[in-house]
Design a protein around this ligand. Sequence first.
Ligand SMILES: Cc1cc2nc3c(=O)[nH]c(=O)nc-3n(C[C@H](O)[C@H](O)[C@H](O)COP(=O)(O)O)c2cc1C
Length: 209
Amino acid sequence: MSLVDKLKWRYATKKFDSTKKIAADKLQNILDAVQLAPSSLGLQHYRVLVIEDAGVREKLKAVAYGQSQITDASHLIVFAAETNINEEFGKKYIDNVAATRNAPREALAGFEGMVLGAINSRTPEQLLLWAQKQAYIGLGVLIAAASEQEVDNCPMEGFDPAGFDEVLGLKEKGLTATVIVTIGYRAEDDDLSKAAKVRRPADEFFIHI
Ligand SMILES: Cc1cc2nc3c(=O)[nH]c(=O)nc-3n(C[C@H](O)[C@H](O)[C@H](O)COP(=O)(O)O)c2cc1C
């Protein structure tokens, strides 16, 4: 099956089979894909929480309109944007580039100037929005990677970010919950799995120039 076929197979799963868990190697593969997601300047402006703990998920469900996917899926993934994107964050990234590519720090001065300029020219609100946009790219890659492995998924914005931040202690970590996705296996009686996909007609969606 091609990726397009897998994306036709996937749907936003409403009812997960709570008895089925994702095998460790499959989960790792999905997380590896997320780590390879591109981000603006390569900064990876967010972190990814992988939550399996039943007690924590019960608390999170209470601040996610009681959506059952939170507790019934195999895993809950939380994309949390960094709230402290500053010079230190940028310099740490340049250190990583230098170490990974075995490049002298001085050779990266131009790139470092660009990175620090991109950070310093943004207001705190713009920095947060920038980080959150990158988190959504990670979400997209996760959805594709999970679907490719026939792991069901449901992206979710129906939750209270402040409630998630509180339960997960994200504020102290310099993070804020941005978007979440539950992954696992569909329940056989999830009626939506049989529903036809609703999408805008291609000629109303794509603009070829
Ligand atoms: C960012 C985002 C947030 C969403 N939030 C929720 C949610 O909170 N609960 C839910 O059941 N579905 C949620 N959905 C699923 C959408 O309703 C679903 O993707 C859309 O109707 C298209 O259907 P399909 O994914 O089955 O093709 C969300 C999807 C996205 C991309």
